[in-house]
Design a protein. Structure first.
Length: 761
């Protein structure tokens, strides 16, 4: 824990660069002081440049910013937009920035979210004030930085820079509109991805090959009542070629379609070797659960034979890292072009989370006769590492391209989440990208305005229409099921308060009433089960499942409305309620050692020698009954991994243990002493929630306007909910976020256009 923030405190300025090129240092130092540029990037350019005869300080600064762009998740940099793509830290908390933030009415002129869009690395302070908001000592204001020299830098003439086709130089200039600058290494990564995707898109279908008659018969069997549906189009694409990309929002039926694709291919080739994977462990678990949920329904509908049914049930998704056998120490892989993956079909879910390097390794490890199916939502957040791979793949088709790659993409636009969350689905459909729609157009701005109004309860007529449509749809489904002899519950109108909005202006902290509201779903949910929780695995799993009904999602780690602040504040509310319920209904013990109070963030409180009276609230060190823990580091010996979430529950043999959910309703118990590094998990960042689904979520916007809050971030947070969402923030902040797309720059689309230029339409 760093030292507390105090009024007037300034962060110490970085040490002088001490470069050999004094003119370069004079130009670069203010950028370093302002937090725009890492000193190491400037020092590297100062070291390498003399070997190539480059001394122009403006050129060196521009190339240093290209290195910085890679660290922030960009695949390249457009120097004409460098100022917005690499915002200095003080902008995150600059009150003047809040006043000038764009609204949806100004969306056409709104700048995209700059900088890396992964979890912000704010230093967490005891008083919940992020150090990132403290001004840098002697730092130049953002407006005083010499961005004009960056824009005017004569990059094309630099001996450090060449065209992609030229002999290797450290940097590459891709001329065009816009002109992009990137390192040779990143250019190599993106060009290899483009080459592999172009090849996959053009290659004919491998075995099993479906001739025209077999193709039509398969589609008729799997989609007898909907031959022109999005699912039928996706199945046809998977049968026809080596590459298929299925993109759409939550609840659009992607997973159900995948099961039909797998069943169709396994029916034609029972010994088909299939690998299922996702970028993270959490996403692979969710993929497994979603497939299990849909399997029984599919098996009945299609009357699957025993062989196909068993083959489908035997499939177990893993992570892409595990599939490729990536070594954590070197980054090398067991499978590569010389030793390809031993599978005929590789299917990857949550493809939006794939970064450049992981995607390149996967593509190059495919067997030359294997199919690849990518599933994902291009409107979700991109990978934590550099790259917007899925968005780049889909961009051409969205813009109306008819090249070979666009022909392999199927858009899923219809949501089937009518019964559970029609308002969530209505919001999602108005934020998602649509083919042929121009960013910032009148129609696009109108949809985003409707999405914002829906979240804030400002368009009741639209909400009523969505609820009525959902009721009509479920009524028709119920009638059809009953006509077929199935039992079905009476349809009911979804609640009108499924989307709730709490107005909190910038810089306003959450008072006790607001904190109680955020904590209430926990108190009325899993906490009520704690006192009656026995020491069996079944009891533990019931509490774990109840806990997963709700989660608080934040856009930032630090601050009173960030993960750290809410974990402390909400954790204290939950602990007091859990302790009160335990004393009223929990196990009775005649005499115990009574521990001193502990904080919700996991700091130990120790124990006293004073005997407790009556019942004692179970705890051990910093762990108390009901505390959720998020594992933050992999621990192979314990079998826990980064992102695993468990609860402190009664141990089988007394005391407390950390219990984690596992497959098929089972649990894993871990002694407190063996738990890897962890954090409380009442609140998570939106990034940490990717790949998860909860019945209800609370999405809490930051107390300061931030370029990290983008359309993709809000969309990802809201669509983690199956039924209802509680949004906390201000209307202007929400509008600004929805009007601000992630500003990552990529060269992959440019390389794809080069590779696909000669492809047949």
């Amino acid at each position: 824990m760093s030292a507390p923030f105090s009024p007037g405190r300034k962060r110490a300025a970085p040490p002088p660069l001490a470069l050999r090129n004094e003119a370069f240092e004079a130009l670069a130092q203010p950028f370093v002081d302002a937090g725009v540029l890492r000193g190491d990037a400037a020092r590297l350019l100062d070291l390498v440049a003399p070997r190539y005869g480059e001394r122009d300080p403006a050129v060196l600064l521009a190339l240093a910013l290209a290195l910085e762009a890679e660290e922030r998740g960009h695949g390249a940099i457009d120097l004409a937009r460098a100022e917005e793509l690499l915002p200095p830290p003080e902008r995150h908390g600059d009150p003047t920035a809040a006043a000038s933030a764009p609204t949806l009415a100004e969306a056409a002129q709104a700048a995209p979210g700059g900088g890396r869009d992964d979890e912000p690395k704010d230093d967490e302070e005891d008083d919940d004030t992020p150090l990132a908001d403290a001004p840098l000592a002697n730092a130049a204001p953002a407006t005083a930085l010499r961005w004009d020299q960056v824009r005017a830098a004569k990059i094309a003439a630099s001996p450090l820079v060449g065209r992609w086709e030229d002999s290797p130089r450290p940097f590459v200039l891709l001329a065009g509109e816009p002109s992009l600058v990137l390192t040779r290494r990143f250019a190599d990564e993106q060009s290899r991805i483009a080459r592999a995707l172009s090849t996959l898109a053009r290659d004919p279908a491998p075995a099993p090959v479906f001739d025209a008659a077999a193709r039509e018969a398969t589609l008729a069997r799997f989609y007898p009542d909907a031959p022109d549906s999005q699912g039928a189009r996706a199945l046809g694409a998977c049968l026809d070629g080596r590459l298929s990309v299925i993109t759409g929002g939550p609840g659009t039926g992607k997973t159900f379609t995948v099961l039909r694709v797998l069943a169709a291919l396994l029916a034609a080739k029972p010994d088909l070797r299939v690998a299922l994977a996702a970028p993270t462990g959490k996403a692979s678990v969710r993929m497994r659960e979603a497939m299990a949920e849909d399997f029984e329904k599919l098996a009945v509908q299609l009357a699957l034979d025993a062989t196909s049914a068993e083959a489908l049930k035997a499939l177990k998704p893993s992570t892409v890292h595990k599939l490729l056998r990536i070594r954590p120490d070197t980054g090398g892989t067991r499978y590569d072009p010389k030793r390809p993956l031993p599978y005929d079909l590789v299917l990857v879910d949550e493809a939006s989370m794939l970064d450049f390097t992981l995607m390149r390794k996967l593509l190059e490890a495919l067997d030359p006769k294997a199919r690849l199916v990518l599933l994902g939502d291009r409107d979700q957040l991109a990978s934590v590492e550099a790259g917007t791979v899925l968005a780049d793949i889909v961009a051409g088709a969205l813009a109306g391209s008819t090249d070979a790659l666009a022909a392999r993409i199927v858009f899923f636009t219809r949501s089937f989440r009518f019964r559970d969350g029609p308002l969530v689905a209505g919001f999602a459909s108005r934020v998602q990208s649509r083919p042929g729609e121009i960013e910032g157009s009148v129609d696009h701005r109108a949809r985003l305005a409707a999405a914002s109004g829906l979240l804030r309860g400002a368009v009741p007529a639209l909400a009523d229409m969505l609820l009525d449509d959902a009721l009509a749809e479920t009524t028709r489904e119920t009638a059809a099921r009953r006509a077929g002899g199935e039992s079905a519950p009476d349809p009911a109108r979804a609640p009108a308060d499924a989307l709730r909005f709490t107005e909190r202006r910038d810089r306003q902290r959450l008072d006790k009433e607001h904190l109680a509201t955020l904590a209430q779903p926990y108190l009325g949910g899993y906490v009520t089960r704690l006192a009656a929780c026995g020491r069996t695995d079944a009891d533990a799993r019931a509490v774990l499942d109840a806990f997963d009904d709700y989660r608080i999602l934040c856009t930032h780690r630090a601050g009173p409305r960030g993960v750290s602040g809410l974990n402390r504040a909400v954790g204290e509310v939950v602990r007091k309620e859990a302790e009160a319920l335990w004393k009223k209904h929990g196990e009775q013990t005649p005499k115990v050692r009574k521990p001193r109070p502990t904080r919700a963030d996991g700091t130990a409180g120790g124990a006293t020698d004073k005997a407790g009276e009556g019942s004692a609230f179970p705890r051990k060190g910093g762990f108390w009954l009901g505390l959720p823990v998020l594992v933050t580091e992999n621990s192979y010996d314990v079998g826990l991994f980064n992102g695993d979430i468990g609860l402190v529950l009664p141990g089988k043999h007394g005391g407390v243990e950390i219990v984690f959910p596992r497959e098929k309703g089972s649990v894993q118990r871990v002694r407190v002493e063996r738990l890897p590094p962890w954090l409380p998990a009442f609140a998570l960042t939106v990034h940490k929630s990717q790949g998860s689904q909860f019945t209800e979520v609370a999405v809490v916007l930051s107390e300061r306007r931030s370029p990290i809050e983008t359309r993709e971030l809000v969309y990802t947070g809201v669509t983690r909910a199956k039924k209802s969402v509680h949004l906390v923030g201000c209307a202007e902040g929400l509008d600004a976020a929805l009007a601000r797309p992630v500003g990552r720059v990529s060269a992959l689309r440019a390389f794809l256009e080069r590779e696909l230029a000669g492809s047949p339409e």
